[in-house]
Every structure is written in structure tokens, then in C-alpha cells.
Design a protein around this ligand. Structure first.
Ligand code: HEM
Length: 199
């Protein structure tokens, strides 16, 4: 999410997040949570949902009937990948559900978000995660002059494995489905620091 909001494309949103982070009222916190939801949607942490089909059914997929047979495994791709053929097929950036999908819009209906799953097995941690990520965003945005470190150091490293992006860990000795290498730091170093801040 930080990688997203510290990109040139979302500079305007970051400026607003910084402004909100300095306020201390319920309205600003609620707005920051909406930035979190949009940030999670556009930088999906959980890449997929899988289900086993219980009985034969035809699922409506944007006007197209998809035949599912009992026992089939259904894979729902949530992510927006750099692989071209998947780019337009990600649920989190579906223009039918999220008009103008690359835009951060704070008025999207909460029921449309699917990055915490849907139904009985949806994410147990979602309520805590929303609070935690809002607090994290607020803390980081309050730091003075937060920005991306220059050059390679300021880029979140990933490789594409199969259908998904996997992220290099900080010491580059392993990879993870979750980006863990981004760290706000107060000085530049040779580690995989993604963002730096100066006071
Ligand atoms: C940004 C952080 C997180 C994201 C994006 C996320 C996303 C998800 C997704 C997509 C699912 C699968 C839902 C499905 O198959 O329908 C899931 C399941 C689950 N999550 Fe999370 N999760 C996050 C953090 C957490 C945390 C912090 C906890 C624990 C406190 C947690 C606990 C669970 C549990 C227990 C399930 C399984 C629920 C079930 O099968 O009934 N998650 N999560």
C-alpha cells in the first residue's frame, strides 16, 4: 500500500493522506480507512480466492455464463499483474465493479470490496487489519518528508512466479507473497530500503 501511495501516480492522494494524518478526529480516521481499503484493492496482498464447486452451476461473469461442475476448483484472480493477459482480468480492478478502477475513490460501496474474501470464510482478521493499517498509514504519513529512496533502493523488488508476484525479502535471500522489504528509514543504506525520510 505504501509502495502504491508513494508512487508518482498517486502523489495527490498521498498529499491528502499526509494532511489527514495530522488531524485527530473521527472523520479523518474514517477517511484514512477508506484510503486503506482502496490501497489494499489496488495493491492486493492476498492474490487469489479458491473454492471447490459443491454442485453444478453456471456462474454469471459479466454477462458470460461460466459452466462450473461439482468438484471443480474455481480460482478467482484478485491481482493486477504485470503479465499482460491477466491485467484486465483481475477482480479488484474489474471496471464493472469498480468503475475507473485505477482511480482511488473514497465513495465505493464497502460491499464491493473482495480483498478480504467473501462469505463464510472471509478474513477473520479484517476488522483488526483495517484498524491496524489505518494506524500504520497515519503514523508513516505523519513522519516529516517521507519519500521513496532514490534509484533501485527505493523500489519494491519482486519477481513473477507462475501467476503471482513474489517479493524479495529485505536481505534478498528469499521471497514471499507479501511485500516485507519496504521500510521507512532515516538514512540511506545498502539494504533494500524502499522509502526514506529526513528530518
Ligand atoms: C492485509 C492483511 C490481510 C488480508 C489481505 C487478508 C485476506 C484474507 C483472505 C482473502 C482470506 C480468504 C477468504 C476466502 O477464502 O474467502 C483470508 C482468510 C483468513 N484470514 Fe486474513 N487477511 C489479512 C490478515 C489477516 C490477519 C491479521 C488475521 C488474523 C488475525 C487473518 C485471519 C484470517 C483467517 C483465520 C482466515 C480464514 C477464515 C476462514 O477460512 O474461515 N487475516 N484472509
Amino acid at each position: 500500500m505504501l509502495d502504491l501511495y508513494l508512487s508518482d501516480q498517486y502523489q495527490k492522494e498521498w498529499d491528502e493522506i499526509v494532511r489527514l494524518s495530522k488531524l485527530d478526529d473521527t472523520a479523518s480516521r474514517e477517511k484514512l480507512t477508506k484510503y486503506v481499503m482502496e490501497g489494499c484493492r489496488l495493491s492486493t496482498v492476498a492474490p487469489q480466492l479458491n473454492r471447490v464447486v459443491a454442485k453444478d452451476a453456471v456462474v454469471d461473469d459479466g454477462g458470460k455464463g461460466v459452466q462450473c461442475k461439482a468438484g471443480d476448483i474455481v480460482f478467482l484472480n484478485l491481482v493486477h499483474l504485470s503479465i499482460h493477459f491477466l491485467t484486465e482480468s483481475a477482480a479488484n480492478t474489474s471496471p464493472e465493479i469498480f468503475p475507473d478502477p485505477k482511480k482511488v475513490k473514497l465513495d465505493r460501496p464497502i460491499s464491493k470490496y473482495i480483498h478480504f474474501g467473501k462469505g463464510t470464510h472471509s478474513c477473520f482478521g479484517a476488522p483488526f487489519v483495517k484498524i491496524g493499517l489505518t494506524a500504520m498509514l497515519r503514523c508513516v504519513a505523519r513522519l516529516p518528508n517521507v519519500r521513496r529512496a532514490p534509484g533501485l533502493e527505493g523500489q519494491l523488488k519482486y519477481v513473477v512466479m507462475g501467476l503471482f508476484r513474489v517479493y524479495m525479502t529485505q536481505e534478498w535471500s528469499n521471497y514471499s507473497y507479501w511485500p516485507t522489504g519496504a521500510q521507512p528509514r532515516r538514512s540511506t543504506s545498502q539494504l533494500t530500503v524502499s522509502f526514506q525520510t529526513t528530518i
